[in-house]
Design a binder for this molecule. Structure first.
Ligand code: ADP
Ligand code: MG
Length: 645
């Protein structure tokens, strides 16, 4: 035995509860056979739209049974309802409900997208339908460029694109002038002729008169029914399970296309959101490159000191006073330290800024008093002449060794400067040699802008102090550097009786610098991450706005067969596109900033890690911050969504 196409049995739909309860449908029983042309007429508020929403599976009855081709729809889940809508019903609304941002043809294609039809097939089908409805010239027009009658014909084409068996039209002529109304009714009659079931809802008797069967409703009840006037018995064979909707790949592909389109539709807003992500991502890229660069820089600087040095400074550990103001280290300490095992050289040092003069040429430079072992400890050779000797030290001779910069400042021809005299603190110093060039340190200090004198001479004539500001010890076997450091510590302890000095080695220097540097990098990184987070919140904000703004669009998509997952995918993909675009632009911008900084002389260490990290974080923020709005969109009730302004 065959089932009626549509069967309602004592269907009720109540809104609200208690005092505010509204019985929009109050026990409606109805059968509609395939091929009927039914008008449902009633006054405003009589329950027509509520009935249509239930018939179209956009809404469920509070009570009573509704079956389509014998299938109880109360047993179907949201996705099954979506596919039933997609394949059985074509909706025509009073207010057309077209998507404003896409062309007529693309509007018509929407239900076919959700049915999983390929793009070519979809497009030709939409064009053909529009042409048949007299809109062949208007396929590329946006709804805003069409008249009301034309828009409603686009909506009819949309209702037909999936070859729906039942056309549900809720006051389709309500917004049309009489000419367009007449055309539309003729169109519905033609569709009826071609075998479709038409359910036309109206409050207009003249419109209702065009139908073969008229059902009058009032206060949610059927008042009269002219009865079944024709139609055929057999419901068309269902292809319900032949089309399962788009494959996940097609779903994502369509979603990406739609995402770009909707982002383009709000170009300015999109640009602002992107800006947030771009700033966040480029901050991460640039900040980490700067942090790493400065780390490398500092490391290189300390490594250039050599791994074989120990430094003794005056002042107790933790004492925060300038070393050269503390009088604890002496030349005798240096001599004692030099006797220790594994020590190649022990170099005392004290320096002060002084004026060097040759003729009328005054040059201010850092004059450092050191011992004859300085070249060994510092691993520096001579360019011209010789370094001063132990004998010069002992006799406190007035000799000076110049760096190339200082020599260049003082003499026209540094090569011939050896043997010349320089006045320093009012006394003549003979230039014994010019040091090999070393260049600038990482922090820009010129290592060639120096003048070295025997420390003994310096103490006597320049510094006015018999104490040292540091002792540098060069060790022979670096594997034993800790042992040597301990020996030096013990020696100084026994000489001073108290720990009024500090000993450091390059390794421990490196370590503490490294620690300082990595906390610097972490700081930069967190600042950058915060800006990325802010960018992500921007994405969420814009997605939420987008969902609220497009609630009606979501309703239309659902009515035309979109599953929750289609809606979810659409919004998640949109957020991901924002995140991804922002990520790419941010990485490029960050690299640009790095390039400019590197050009301006800063040490920048660009590695792939921060870029990859920042890009994935941008995608991740897009995803995380897009999920909530997407879920919100997917959970919308189709009826509520459609009713929204
Ligand atoms: P019609 O389409 O015939 O004008 P409706 O089906 O839209 O009538 O509404 C029927 C009754 O149900 C009206 O009294 C209306 O106020 C009420 N109603 C419709 N939708 C809702 C809703 N979402 N919440 C509460 N009441 C509603
Ligand atoms: Mg209505």
């Amino acid at each position: 035995m065959s089932h009626p196409l549509i069967k309602l049995e004592n269907v009720r739909r109540y809104y609200g509860e208690g005092d505010t309860e509204v019985r929009a449908l109050d026990g409606v029983s109805l059968r509609i056979n395939p091929g009927e042309f039914v008008a449902i007429i009633g006054q405003s508020g009589s329950g027509k739209s509520t009935l249509m929403n239930i018939l179209g599976c956009l809404d469920r009855p509070t009570d009573g049974a509704y079956t389509v081709r014998g299938e109880d729809i109360s047993k179907l889940d949201a996705d099954e309802l979506a596919s039933l809508r997609r394949e059985t019903f074509g909706f025509i609304f009073q207010r057309y409900n077209l998507l404003a941002s896409v062309s007529a043809s693309e509007n018509v294609e929407i239900p076919a997208v959700y049915a999983g039809l390929g793009q070519e097939e979809r497009r030709s089908k939409a064009r053909e339908l529009l042409a048949r409805l007299g809109l062949g010239e208007r396929t590329g027009h946006k709804p805003g460029q069409l008249s009301g009658g034309q828009q409603q014909r686009v909506a009819v084409a949309r209702a037909l694109v999936n070859d729906a068996e039942i056309i549900l039209a809720d006051e389709p002529t309500g917004a049309l002038d009489s000419g367009s109304s007449a055309e539309l009714l003729t169109l519905l009659e033609d569709l009826h002729e071609s075998g479709r079931t038409i359910i036309l809802i109206t409050h207009d008797e003249k419109v209702a008169a065009r139908a073969k069967r008229v059902i009058t409703i009032q206060d949610g009840r059927i008042l009269s029914d002219t009865g079944d006037q024709g139609g055929h018995d057999e419901a068309r064979e269902s292809y319900r399970y032949s089309r399962k909707g788009p494959s996940p790949v097609a779903q994502v592909f369509e979603a990406v296309k739609m995402a770009f389109r909707s982002l383009r539709a709000n170009l300015f807003r999109t640009a602002l959101t992107l800006l947030g992500v771009v700033i966040g991502v480029s901050a991460v890229v640039a900040m980490l490159a700067i942090g790493q660069g400065s780390q490398q820089d500092v490391m290189a600087r300390f490594e250039s000191l050599g791994p074989n040095l120990l430094f003794a400074r005056p002042g107790a550990p933790g004492q925060r006073m300038r070393g050269d103001a503390i009088a604890t280290l002496t030349l005798q300490d240096t001599e004692a330290l030099a006797e220790l095992d594994n020590i190649v050289a022990a170099v005392p040092s004290r320096s002060s800024s002084a004026t060097l003069r040759v003729g009328s040429n005054d040059v201010r430079a850092q004059v450092e008093g050191v011992s004859e072992d300085w070249p060994t400890a510092q691993n520096r050779g001579m360019k011209y002449g010789t370094f001063f000797t132990e004998d010069d030290m002992d006799r406190r001779v007035g000799v000076v060794v110049l760096g190339t910069t200082t020599a260049g400042n003082l003499f026209n021809d540094p090569q011939s400067a050896v043997g010349e005299y320089v006045f320093l603190g009012g006394a003549p110093f003979e230039v014994s040699g010019i040091l090999e060039e070393k260049g600038a340190t990482g922090w820009g200090q010129d290592q060639d802008d120096i003048a070295l004198v025997p420390i003994t001479t310096g103490m006597m004539r320049l510094f006015g102090q018999a104490y040292l500001s540091s002792i540098t010890l060069a060790v022979d076997d670096t594997d034993r550097i800790t042992e040597t450091e301990e020996a030096a510590h013990a020696l100084l302890m026994s000489r001073h009786g108290t720990e009024d000095f500090q000993l450091r080695n390059t390794a421990s220097f490196l370590k503490s610098m490294q620690e300082a540097q990595s906390s610097f990098s972490i700081l930069l990184g967190s600042v950058a991450s915060i800006s990325l987070l802010v960018g992500g919140i921007g994405v969420m904000n814009i997605m939420l706005v987008s969902v609220s703004e497009r609630t009606r669009e979501i309703g239309v998509r659902m009515a035309t067969g979109a599953r929750r997952s289609d809606i979810m995918t659409q919004f998640v993909v949109e957020a991901l596109v924002v995140g991804g675009l922002g990520g790419i632009a941010g990485v490029l911008f960050g690299l640009g900033v790095c390039f400019i900084l590197a050009e301006s002389g800063m040490t920048i260490a660009v590695t792939a890690m921060p870029a990859v990290l920042a890009f994935t974080s941008a995608l991740g923020t897009g995803l995380i911050f897009g999920l909530l709005p997407a879920r919100k969109a997917a959970r919308l009730d189709p009826v509520t969504a459609l009713a929204s302004e």
